[in-house]
Design a binder for this molecule. Structure first.
Ligand SMILES: Cc1cc2nc3c(=O)[nH]c(=O)nc-3n(C[C@H](O)[C@H](O)[C@H](O)COP(=O)(O)OP(=O)(O)OC[C@H]3O[C@@H](n4cnc5c(N)ncnc54)[C@H](O)[C@@H]3O)c2cc1C
Length: 406
């Protein structure tokens, strides 16, 4: 990354890149991921990925969330076509580090300083960022398995969290918990690996999505100094940060799964062009196949459009709390983008599997991996019922839905 310091002002300026600048590095990372899967050794991928600029371009687009989103979309779309599970681990790094890079804190000097310091430490330390929302699979929806208690000079953190992707590769862990008697909070911990306070446990899904490296973790009565608290309490700043971060997550999840859909269409294309019917003509010339593939392509393109438009909406949030209304709109549209994008990806992969038939499970066909992993697309971060309810309430509100400001 090229950076220059303006000698008169002392301000660091980093050269803006066109998304095409990263194309070769994306090719390199995708090839490394293919090689890693072939060898069943993901370390091969992470070695190459960490060496590229790809995980650390957040600062380049610090005041341009849409610009950053476009590049993240390209990386995740490509990796998602190779392995949705591995791309999901990478997505977790991107959504958290992108939220840190672009959360508009300019109106508050203190927050701006600490946000920039955290971003610098990620870039200079070449740190991969994992996260957990501390949810557990208990008897009640939304249960949080961890908590933090204030102590002189910091906090004492205990408890379990069900979900942490990138668990054995992450260097910095950003996690959400509750501070006893105060409310929700976001903390960061480094180092994440070999830290006696953080026990990285077993895979959450013992036989699925293994390459997402999603594991349960336990905080073992760990002391965190005051500086580890990134945001906390029931204040507006914390609520805005949660919304902003969630919008990033809901935008990047469909990016990777739509990559899986694109790759599935590519596999169907290969099959249809290489296989002839009983009349010796390629299946790709059958009118029914042309129509089927056209329908899938339209669904895929429409889903990409809503995801990209939602990315633009997030890019319009330039200053908070001034743009809180625009953030609401972006969060709302990001929910629709996640909903439509992930459902479309699942439907496209299923349809291409029906086109290719049983060959999709013979001899290590790529569609087998895509089929097994794409079913995780719509499961999170927000579950479908939550997004449907939000939209349902909007259209059933007192004002007619013809007048909704969409
Ligand atoms: C592969 C994978 C990796 C993940 N990695 C991470 C990670 O690194 N960090 C992290 O923090 N999280 C991670 N998550 C969790 C993710 O962000 C979501 O929290 C999770 O997917 C939500 O799914 P759940 O089944 O746990 O939801 P739950 O809230 O337990 O919902 C279960 C079901 O209950 C019903 N339901 C839930 N809420 C409502 C409602 N309001 N109204 C009506 N019905 C409802 C729905 O049918 C829903 O499917 C990961 C998830 C997956 C699948």
């Amino acid at each position: 990354m090229k950076a220059a310091t303006d000698s008169s002002t002392g301000v660091r300026r980093i050269e803006r890149r066109e998304p095409s600048y990263y194309r070769e590095q994306i090719d390199e990372a995708a090839a490394a991921l293919e090689a890693a899967l072939a060898r069943n050794d993901l370390a091969v991928f992470y070695r190459v990925f960490r060496r590229t600029e790809l995980p650390f371009f957040g600062e380049v687009y610090e005041d341009d969330a849409y610009g950053l989103f476009r590049v993240c979309f390209d990386v995740l779309h490509r990796l998602g076509g190779v392995s949705p599970a591995a791309a999901l681990a990478v997505e977790n790094h991107y959504y958290v580090s992108s939220a840190i890079a672009t959360f508009p804190t300019a109106g508050d000097e203190g927050q701006d300083r600490s946000r920039r310091a955290l971003l610098r430490s990620i870039i200079e330390g070449r740190l991969l960022v994992a996260n957990t929302n501390s949810k557990i699979h208990g008897g009640k929806l939304g249960e949080i398995g961890t908590c933090a208690r204030r102590e002189p000079g910091g906090f004492r953190v205990t408890g379990k969290a069900a979900y942490t992707s990138l668990a054995t590769q992450g260097d910095l862990l950003v996690f959400i918990t509750q501070i006893e008697g105060e409310g929700p909070a976001v903390f960061s911990i480094t180092p994440m690996q070999d830290n006696p306070g953080v026990e990285i446990g077993d895979y959450l899904f013992p036989s699925a999505m293994l390459d997402s490296d999603t594991r349960q973790i336990t905080f073992k009565d760990m002391f965190l100094p005051d500086e580890s608290l990134l945001a906390g309490g029931n204040d507006q700043h914390t609520a805005l940060l949660f919304g902003f971060e969630m919008a990033w997550h809901q935008l990047l999840i469909p990016a990777l799964y739509l990559g899986a859909a694109a790759r599935a269409m590519q596999e169907a294309r290969k099959f249809l062009r290489a296989t002839t019917g009983r009349d010796d003509r390629p299946l790709s010339e059958m009118d029914g196949m042309i129509i089927d593939m056209g329908r899938l392509a339209i669904e895929y393109r429409s889903a990409c459009c809503v995801v990209l438009q939602a990315g633009q909406a997030l890019g319009e949030v330039k200053e908070l709390p001034r743009d809180a209304g625009l953030l609401d709109k972006a969060v709302n549209l990001a929910g629709a983008a996640k909903y439509v994008g992930t459902r479309c990806a699942e439907a496209v992969v299923t349809a291409t599997r029906r086109i290719i038939g049983a060959r999709a499970f013979a001899g290590g066909h790529h569609l087998e991996r895509l089929s097994q992993e794409v079913m995780f697309a719509s499961l999170g971060p927000e579950v479908s019922a939550v997004i449907e309810r939000r939209y349902g309430k909007q259209v059933l509100d007192e004002q007619t839905c013809l007048e909704l400001p969409w």
